[in-house]
Write a protein that binds this ligand. Structure first.
Ligand SMILES: NC(=O)c1ccc[n+]([C@@H]2O[C@H](COP(=O)([O-])OP(=O)(O)OC[C@H]3O[C@@H](n4cnc5c(N)ncnc54)[C@H](O)[C@@H]3O)[C@@H](O)[C@H]2O)c1
Length: 396
């Protein structure tokens, strides 16, 4: 199949490579011209896709990136994989999805299966996408992406794929497409079910992470280790699932998607109280971390040199979107500390560069990538570890 993918970020490029590996001819469309130039030069910008893979598909003429939307015309399948962030008031911002739909409406003159993989609330495919595309008759399906960047066990191929379509023909075509590179397809009765499943999955994580973060604070006040308690509880073979405490939540999914569910809940008159409370708990974690650092370091950090280790939102990825490290650093500075950060994967961020990993008065470990030396971290006078991986260190 000739497949057009709108958006060549984490999700779009991952699907592009999945489809190319199944032998499809993939056209990766992105408005970012620099990104398109890099991709066409065989330079991948995401973990999990190597430059060699990308260059190989380009060489085989199975992949090419484009910055002009005309490339989408004539595609049998068009996948939308664009950002779905929150606006300034933490409400869904569907402007990227709308632009993508309007672009299809204007540019695509031949009938295609249009799939939305961008995460959004139930009703998005029907009301926000299909309703904007009426210049030609198309098929429409929703297949929310579940990719977990950096996860070497679960990827596009072996993670079951949800599919819901507006018509049986759309479902059949979507199954044919995803069946060519995914091991398992789960058909659901409507796009709304597929869309809701995705945001419920992430809301489940958000709420459980908030619960464990609250529990970590209770445990600390009780003088017991939350991690030891969680490990003990996890020996129960049924009815318990372990989550780990941390400095908050980051990335494009967990801090964002639940607010999409809260938004739609609000529209239908159901108060999404769990989601709101979970958000509050997770957003308050950086302040809790800094409070613990101040008391652990003797009551004041003014004038002390602090190194924050790991600023991406999770280990072994370079993604700093919504990372709690930002609030941790700002709050440490607000207490008068002299703060640098170390993260070789991220390199530069917020106009600053990664500092060498070295001994300081205080080390605060937010994220620990593979290969980062515990011994160097421990050379600081006081270490606060948010990852639970540094033996003997204070932390959560
Ligand atoms: N990153 C993840 O781990 C992940 C996992 C599952 C689902 N999702 C969801 O997938 C969607 C995409 O996320 P992402 O992480 O790939 O985002 P991203 O920011 O990495 O990439 C999006 C790309 O879309 C491009 N773009 C924006 N508007 C465009 C348009 N109109 N036409 C062409 N290109 C356009 C941007 O330039 C960018 O390169 C979001 O809804 C997200 O919530 C993300």
């Amino acid at each position: 199949m000739r497949v057009g993918i709108i958006g060549q970020g984490y999700v779009g490029l991952t699907i592009a490579v999945g489809a190319a590996s199944a032998g499809h001819e993939v056209l990766g469309f992105d408005l970012n011209e620099d990104l398109v130039a890099k991709l066409n030069a065989g330079k991948s910008h995401i973990e999990g896709i190597t430059d060699e893979d990308l260059a190989g598909f380009i060489h085989l003429k199975k992949y090419q990136a484009y910055s002009s939307p005309e490339s989408l015309n004539g595609c049998e399948v068009i996948v939308i994989a664009v950002p779905t962030p929150l606006d300034g008031e933490r409400n869904p911002d569907l402007s990227y999805v709308h632009t993508a739909a309007e672009l299809i409406n204007k540019q695509v003159k031949t009938s295609a299966l249009i799939i939305n993989e961008s995460t959004s609330y139930p009703g998005t495919l029907r009301k926000e996408i299909a309703s904007r595309i009426n210049s030609v008759e198309h098929l429409f399906a929703s297949s929310p992406e579940r990719v977990d960047p950096g996860n070497s066990q679960w990827g596009t191929k072996n993670t079951p794929r949800l599919i819901g379509g507006l018509t049986p023909a759309a479902v059949a075509k979507a199954k044919e497409f995803y069946g060519s590179f995914c091991d398992s397809i789960v058909e659901v009765s409507s796009p709304e079910v597929a869309e809701a499943a995705k945001i419920f999955e992430n809301t489940f994580r958000q709420v459980n992470i908030a619960l464990v973060n609250e529990f970590a604070q209770i445990s600390d006040a009780l003088g017991i280790s939350s991690r030891e308690v969680i490990e003990a509880a996890a020996t129960k073979p049924y009815g318990f699932m372990p989550f780990s405490p941390g400095p908050g939540v980051g990335g494009h999914c967990i801090p964002v998607d639940p607010s999409y569910l809260a938004h739609v809940a609000n529209e239908v008159g159901v108060p999404a109280t769990f989601i709101k409370r979970a958000n509050e708990v997770n957003l308050a974690m950086p302040a809790y971390v800094v409070k613990r650092v101040v008391s652990g370091a003797g009551g004041s950090i003014a004038g002390k040199s602090v190194i924050v280790v790991g600023v991406s939102y999770k280990a072994n990825v370079a993604d700093t979107r919504e990372t709690p490290a930002a609030a941790v650093i700002d709050l440490l500075r607000a207490q008068g500390a002299i703060v640098v950060w170390h993260d070789d994967l991220v390199g530069s961020w917020r106009g600053e560069s990664s500092a060498p990993l070295a001994a300081h008065d205080i080390a605060v470990v937010v994220t620990k990538h593979d290969g980062v030396s515990d011994a160097i971290i421990k050379a600081s006078k006081y270490v606060f570890d948010c990852t639970g991986t540094i033996a003997g260190a204070d932390g959560i």
